[in-house]
Design a protein around this ligand. Structure first.
Ligand code: BGC
Length: 759
């Protein structure tokens, strides 16, 4: 194909800090000579080694490192084209090749047949586990336990690495405030601060102390950036936001991942305020590689550079390549367009060689850091023994228990007695191994027999005298399920002392390409729950899903509701331990549950408006048919005990814009059970040059207390916690009046104080 000669107009001045090359508005990309300084004779660091290797590479071989293809088939017979390309050094990475034998097969071929013997890097979506499946990320986040998340990511990394996969496309750190968006299940929910803490924990877990450790894998923070703001919650949809929203809400978790040492970032599918994220020099070159000094490489999402054409941002594939490379996307996933056009474009000086060299150096450096040149192969003998070990399953259980959020527990119906005479378990989800694994279950199905369903878990938990009855009832997928399934469920419930109804969504109703226009219980599930409720048998509703659901009727009428999400291999054990009191639930929501879809977007960090909503005043910011408040707020979750909050102290009472603030409060377990509380600190800047949210989470602590025990919890809030981004994209800390809450959740106001920040 002939490449049109294009004058590239970049959206804003772009600083190529690392090359000393600077382009400004409307400027034609200059032809840069491919001058390379001869590297030092003896290279020791990954960077020096990468430079020494780069020096020996042809243009085609350089481009090859920037190319990644997906390959799931049998290497020998179905991928012959790719096989030849790989031998010619035209492929630097594969995704979706897994297993020691498979990865070794590819690797051996390349190591033995290519001119420079540059190892392949195998990438895979190890999102919440490789073979041992942990809770889906949105559930894991509800633990508010970065140390535990780090351990689980590390366990996943060990399994993946044993299978030859040294690169995961995780953590997904997209903030999202729209439950319609199926991928909300993969991120950290609605809050940028919590999302940042958890992003860093996951990066540490995957990458370990050193990337070259055998159990470490390279992490990839995705999807850079703004993907979670898809209009109307529709997958892959356009996003449009102010620079302030970008910096306050969507960028922080990526910055935290970079600060934690993440070595790769994935550029997103979405159009971002008119410049698609995978062709966006402002976010990639200027912010990520410039301002933040990110030294790793950027991989596109699946064909997202090629999609610049569909976005209407590039006229054809070659122009998409040019815009992708200029923007800073170092590796093209799957589309083949770098492979097809980049060398040609470079020869025509439409992309400076310096940018290609920079991209290749970044990729090679990571390969050296991973130790792939010295140890390119996985140990086939040891692979199996690394998978679903008892230790990993125990860890998965610990995390699954902490992920569960108790949403309602009227008259302490829960925990149930293990000696209860008859329990009815109802719902197809209660007996579904596949759904327990969640949307991104990687190789989890290979260990399907190890999944404990909720029905299995309950049977194992109750006394030997207890009768456990089961009725499948209606499936979430069946819009027109026959009435006899509901009747059967009702009859089963009638025979029992308690009905545990497991309802929600199938695992494939969330995740990628699974946006919904309704966030109610799908199918005839609510009808079934109402019919069971009418029998008068106490009902415990256990939800299995991975997006916030709108369940106003259930929230009003069902005495106990447990949000169990998709918890992976140990779902059933974890849920049963919570239902029968072996584990006191401590999970807290990381995303607001609305009363109805009409309230979306709804999140705790909203702005006040000029007319804050008042229930009795029509002319304020409110609905005429619903309260403004959510069903369950951010940070919410109950326990089998109670915590009293008292004695808030802040010092100094007038902090300066430099020194920060110390905050103390006494938390007492006033109930009869030991329990874990997640103490949350929120602030509000009352008047600022840029209006601020009514509350902003700035810190939290986990606290485990015995019955009657009191602990003083202390927080140190540096002055930077009180700052914000101004309209110029600059972070400022300014004097003024603030409110502060030490709270159980975003709607709790029991401990509150005001203070003035001074110059
Ligand atoms: C997803 C990414 C994923 C990639 C590779 C894309 O469709 O958006 O999150 O890493 O596929 O599987």
């Amino acid at each position: 194909m002939k490449i049109r000669s294009v004058t590239l107009v970049l959206p804003i001045a772009v600083l190529f800090l690392f090359t000393g090359l600077s382009l400004s508005l409307g400027q034609t990309v200059p032809a840069a000579p491919a001058r390379q300084a001869k590297p030092a004779a003896k290279a020791s660091s990954a960077d020096e080694k990468a430079r020494a290797l780069l020096y020996k590479m042809t243009l085609d071989e350089k481009v090859g490192q920037m190319v990644q293809y997906s390959c799931r088939g049998n290497w020998e017979f179905t991928e012959t084209v790719q096989k030849d390309w790989a031998a010619e050094g035209m492929i630097g990475s594969f995704l979706n090749v897994t297993g020691a034998a498979q990865t070794n097969g590819y690797q051996k071929y390349v190591m033995e047949n290519s001119r420079l013997h540059i190892p392949l890097l195998f990438g895979l979506d190890v999102i919440h586990g490789y073979r041992t499946i942990f809770p889906v990320p949105l559930a894991e986040d509800c633990c508010w336990d970065p140390d535990l998340l780090e351990k689980c990511a590390s366990a996943a990394a060990h399994e993946a690495s044993a299978a030859g996969v040294r690169w995961t496309f995780a953590p997904m750190v997209d903030v999202s405030r729209d439950p319609r968006w199926g991928r909300i299940c993969e991120g950290s929910g609605e809050d940028p601060f919590l999302g940042s803490v958890l992003a860093a924990a996951r990066v540490r877990g995957f990458q370990g102390k050193s990337l070259s450790d055998p159990g470490s894998i390279a992490a990839c923070a995705k999807h850079y950036v703004g993907y979670g703001a898809a209009e109307a919650g529709r997958e892959y949809n356009t996003t449009d936001m102010s620079e302030i929203a970008l910096r306050e809400i969507y960028l922080p978790p990526f910055k935290a991942a970079v600060d934690a040492g993440v070595v790769s970032i994935m550029s997103a599918f979405n159009d971002l305020s008119g410049v698609p994220a995978s062709g966006n020099s402002h976010t990639i070159r200027e912010i990520l590689k410039g301002e933040w000094g990110f030294q790793g490489f950027v991989v596109s999402d699946w064909a997202s550079v090629k999609e610049l054409v569909s976005h209407g941002y590039a006229a054809d594939d070659p122009e998409a390549v040019q815009k992708g490379v200029l923007a800073g996307v170092d590796m093209d996933m799957q589309s083949g367009i770098y492979h097809n056009y980049l060398a040609d474009i470079a020869k025509k000086n439409k992309v400076p060689m310096k940018l290609i060299d920079d991209a290749v150096l970044r990729i090679l450096k990571v390969k050296y850091e991973l130790g792939l040149f010295d140890k390119p192969y996985a140990d086939e003998e040891k692979e199996l023994s690394a998978m679903t070990t008892p230790e990993n399953l125990d860890l998965a259980l610990a995390e699954a228990r902490e992920s569960i959020v108790l949403l309602k527990n009227e008259k302490n119906l829960l925990p149930l007695s293990k000696n209860i005479k008859t329990v009815a378990v109802i719902g197809t989800l209660a007996d579904s191994k596949k759904d327990a694994l969640g949307a991104w279950h990687c190789r989890g199905e290979e260990a399907m027999e190890k999944v404990v369903t909720i029905l299995d878990g309950i049977k194992a938990e109750v006394s030997s005298q207890t009768r456990v009855l089961y009725a499948a009832g209606v499936s979430p997928a069946a819009e027109d399920a026959p009435q006899n399934l509901i009747d059967e469920a009702v009859n089963t419930a009638r025979q029992a002392d308690v009905a545990i109804v497991v309802a929600g969504e199938l695992q494939n109703m969330s995740g990628e390409a699974a946006s919904r226009t309704s966030i109610s219980l799908p199918g005839r599930q609510e009808e079934m729950i109402r019919a069971i409720q009418k029998t008068g048998v106490p009902v415990v509703l256990v939800l299995m899903n991975s997006r916030p659901l709108a369940i106003p009727w259930e929230a009003e009428n069902i005495p106990s509701i447990v949000e169990s999400w998709f918890l992976g291999h140990t779902q059933g054990s974890a849920v049963a331990q919570v239902l029968f009191g072996d584990f006191n639930p401590s999970g807290r929501l990381v995303v607001t549950f609305p009363r109805s879809l009409g309230q979306v977007p709804i999140y705790y960090a909203q702005k006040n408006t000029g007319r804050p909503g008042k229930a009795d005043d029509k002319w304020t910011s409110r609905y005429i048919d619903s309260p403004n408040t959510p069903q369950f707020p951010f940070g919410f979750g109950l326990s089998y005990t109670e915590f009293e909050y008292a004695n808030l102290e802040i010092t100094p009472v007038t902090p300066t814009t430099k020194e920060g603030l110390k905050v103390k409060a006494d938390i007492t377990n006033t109930g009869k059970n030991a329990g874990t509380e997640i103490v949350q600190v929120y602030i509000q800047d009352i008047a600022a040059d840029i209006t601020q949210p009514i509350r902003k989470l700035v810190d939290f602590k986990r606290l485990t207390l015995a019955p009657g025990e009191k602990k003083t919890v202390e927080f140190n809030l540096p002055a930077s916690k009180f700052g914000y981004y101004n309209e110029k994209g600059r972070f400022v800390v300014k004097p003024g009046r603030f409110n502060i809450w030490v709270a159980r959740n975003a709607a709790d106001s029991s401990l509150f104080a005001g203070f003035r920040l001074v110059e």
